[in-house]
Design a protein around this ligand. Structure first.
Ligand code: SAM
Length: 357
């Protein structure tokens, strides 16, 4: 925890947030109810001000949250870097070096549209390599930009709104998303994933903290073509995929995989009896999905320890439904429930639901 006497924590606090394009109104709504006042924003990027709070706002749709230092504009990276150092020196009177430097672009469009995926791009990589040696001596203790931060690290954040317009801020790393550059899990699959759901599953598994082990049985409802099952198999689990659609042969031919070609709601509950983990990613309306899961988890013989449930919101005007879904899930007597729009989620949220067994 930062000391309240830290001269870098003077009031008011300015915050900068990155989120999925389209989620800005949901971010603003939850933050303004906590007393934040809106300032500059762009699709996928929101800034705000608070007179008292020193902690940047959090929320289901917040991907990254930093204390904002300011922004710089310039025609070339040399001008921008010069202005950036001036900003740092002016804004942070106590010159305490940061343990990490994270540089990333704000999302340039909604996830999935024209195959857009969030994360570093060529420009952000070039900028990070250019500014790192300049900042290194006075402002950084790391040996490379864009490393995964340790919990407790102070991270200098640079968000590229455009190549000629940068926003500078900082945060203290704590949970996984705040440790990853731009809140995006850096992951290199062993083989080409069957679908983008591989990344979504990987992110949800890490974020949940579920102790998934080789040999455990995991079931996925809505498993075709098999990206997420690919991740579960990579982790050494036995996997059952439930989906009326066909699986990719790279998954169906794996001896640790079994395909049940059916709709989940039509199956007897004993199918789920020996499973420890359940992933749900079917394109079915959330209330129907929750009814299917409710029938499974409220059954006496259910041994499930953890559920990772993707629910399609449909559109961002319907975010108030999340609270109703949350309450319905609470009725199943879980030990912990968390909800977040994962960085790889389209217009959907992921519930991580843990049961004490
Ligand atoms: C977004 S895709 C799933 C992607 C998949 N998780 C992967 O990793 O590649 C949604 C899937 O849900 C399946 N689905 C729709 N209704 C279903 C139901 N009632 N039970 C099981 N699967 C269902 C669809 O056939 C479709 O394959």
């Amino acid at each position: 925890m930062e000391s309240s006497k830290d001269p870098n924590l003077s009031h008011p606090t300015f915050a900068m947030i990155t989120c999925a394009v389209g989620a800005e109104s949901a971010v603003k709504e939850s933050a303004t109810s906590d007393g934040w006042r809106l300032a500059f924003s762009r699709p996928g990027f929101v800034t705000m001000k608070h007179e008292q709070s020193t902690e940047p706002p959090q929320g289901v749709f917040v991907r990254t949250a930093s204390r904002s230092i300011g922004s710089v504009r310039g025609e070339n990276s040399k001008t921008l870097t010069g202005k950036l150092i001036e900003q740092l020196e002016e804004s942070l009177p106590a010159k305490r070096p940061f343990q990490q430097l994270h540089v990333w672009p704000k999302d340039r469009g909604p996830i999935g549209r024209f195959d857009f995926e969030p994360g570093p791009d060529e420009v952000s990589q070039a900028v990070s390599e250019e500014i790192f040696p300049i900042l290194k001596d006075d402002w950084l203790t790391c040996d490379h930009p864009n490393r995964i931060a340790e919990s407790g690290d102070r991270v200098l954040d640079l968000v590229l709104l455009e190549p000629s317009h940068w926003f500078l801020g900082w945060h203290v790393a704590s949970d996984w998303h705040s440790r990853w550059p731009g809140g995006i899990q850096p992951i290199t699959p062993i083989e080409e994933p069957v679908s983008r759901a591989y990344y979504k599953a990987a992110e949800s598994i890490t974020w949940s903290g579920f102790a998934m082990r080789p040999g455990d049985t995991a079931i996925e409802i809505g498993s075709a073509p098999g990206g997420a099952c690919g991740r579960l198999l990579e982790l050494g689990m036995r996997v059952i995929g439930i989906d009326p659609a066909e699986m990719d042969p790279r998954i169906s031919e794996n001896p640790k995989f079994k395909h049940i070609r059916a709709r989940a709601g039509d199956l007897p509950r004993k199918i789920f009896r020996d499973a420890k983990w359940l992933l749900v990613d079917s394109n079915v309306i959330p209330d129907k999905t929750l009814t299917t899961i409710e029938n499974i988890v409220t059954h006496r013989g259910c041994m499930l320890e953890g559920l990772l449930v993707t629910l399609k919101i449909g559109n961002y005007d319907a975010v108030q439904k999340i609270e109703q879904w949350h309450q319905r899930i609470n009725n199943w007597n879980p030990s912990r429930v968390r909800v977040r729009q994962l960085s790889r989620n389209k217009v959907e949220v992921c519930f991580a639901i843990h049961f004490q067994r």
